[in-house]
Write a protein that binds this ligand. Structure first.
Ligand SMILES: [Zn+2]
Length: 154
């Protein structure tokens, strides 16, 4: 089955930050030591950011796909809106190629992270099922939907 990438919910992350004409304060959250604050290894946003941020701040996230997904989900859960978040992807420029991703298991509701391509497979950390990474991405969960490829044969 061929899927048109332009019609999926796969994020269109860029290696370059988009300009922000609003002139609001930018808080840079980066994997590693660069930036105003360091993201956690899984991309989690440290609590100190929520204490420092005020309404109208903009967030620039720098990291791999899994880190961007987790950081975005944390910011959205804390009340940020998508227009306040800019993401800069490090790593593979092909968004469909193998790279760190979080995959949501609909069977046990667990997120599993692995370096996998869309259409590839990852083992669920919760229930152990082999999940195929689908072209559906949830911004709220920061994860791609996984499905059990041989569910009918079980
Ligand atoms: Zn599972």
């Amino acid at each position: 089955m061929t899927v048109n990438p332009a019609t999926t919910s796969v994020p269109h992350w860029s290696p370059e930050p988009a300009p922000d004409p609003g002139g609001a304060r930018r808080i840079v959250l980066a994997a590693g030591q660069a930036g105003d604050f360091a993201l956690g290894p899984d991309g989690s946003v440290p609590e100190v950011v929520f204490a420092a941020a005020v309404t109208g701040d903009r967030f620039v996230l720098i990291g791999n796909a899994a880190q961007l997904a987790r950081a975005r989900a944390d910011l959205l859960a804390a009340g940020a809106i998508p227009a306040e978040i800019t993401e800069v992807l490090t790593g593979a420029p092909d968004l469909h190629a193998a790279q760190p991703r979080t995959v949501y298991c609909p069977h046990c509701h667990t997120g599993s992270t692995g370096s996998v391509a869309i259409g590839g497979a990852v083992s669920c950390a919760g229930c152990g099922l082999e999940l195929v990474v689908y072209h559906h991405y949830s911004q709220r969960l920061g994860a791609f939907l996984g499905y059990c490829a041989d569910a009918e044969e079980r």
